[in-house]
Design a binder for this molecule. Sequence first.
Ligand code: ATP
Length: 211
Amino acid sequence: MGMTKAVGILGGTFDPVHNGHLRSALECLQQFDFDHVRLIPSARPPHRTQPQATPEQRMMMLHLAIKNSQQFIVDDRELKREGASYTIDTLKSLKAEFPETALYLILGTDALNLLLTWHQWQQLLDFCHIIVMQRAGAPLTLSDEMTSWYQAHLAKPEDKSLLAGSVWPVTLTQLTISATTIRSDVTLGQPPTFLTPDPVVSFIEQLKLYQ
Ligand code: ATP
């Protein structure tokens, strides 16, 4: 498929998806003029406790959240794969699908701080650019090794013409919403109204998720 505009990639557990994900993805799309952002739920995240909602429920909430939007695509490739969900494998598979398209992996600073633990993290930039979103309450705490990697790949404006290889720090509208707080609010009987789109609030209520 020939696509000239770049594509953004936001992976996560999405347990549940919330406006912090959606607004950040939208602002990246606007700043980088993406064709679309792919929201990619991970099946078995290797680095954290397993999600409470099933993969199907997390997918359903993503679809409910982005309904009618041309700018987002829910991508289930990690759910179809066996074994742990490694981002490097996702990037290789996307690159095979979109060989001529610049890919931008969108990460919050909390995720970047853990990048060192990711499978083959040093190869990620062979397949994509990385956008680092400043996330409220998560200052960068990089090791020396990561700091040199970060500085060595820091983007110059002309790198926008490259398909991959640069790190792009951005500061977006700060929304201190996390899925963890939503889950504990719901457990306490407080629906996540206005923190996630209404259809997701209703879905959580109907299926009695996170109770
Ligand atoms: P949890 O609280 O369960 O850890 P989360 O809210 O952090 O979940 P994830 O699905 O783990 O959501 O996050 C996926 C990606 O979205 C990560 O790169 C994370 O940094 C980013 N992200 C999550 N919430 C926000 C937010 N409010 N603002 C900006 N980025 C966010």
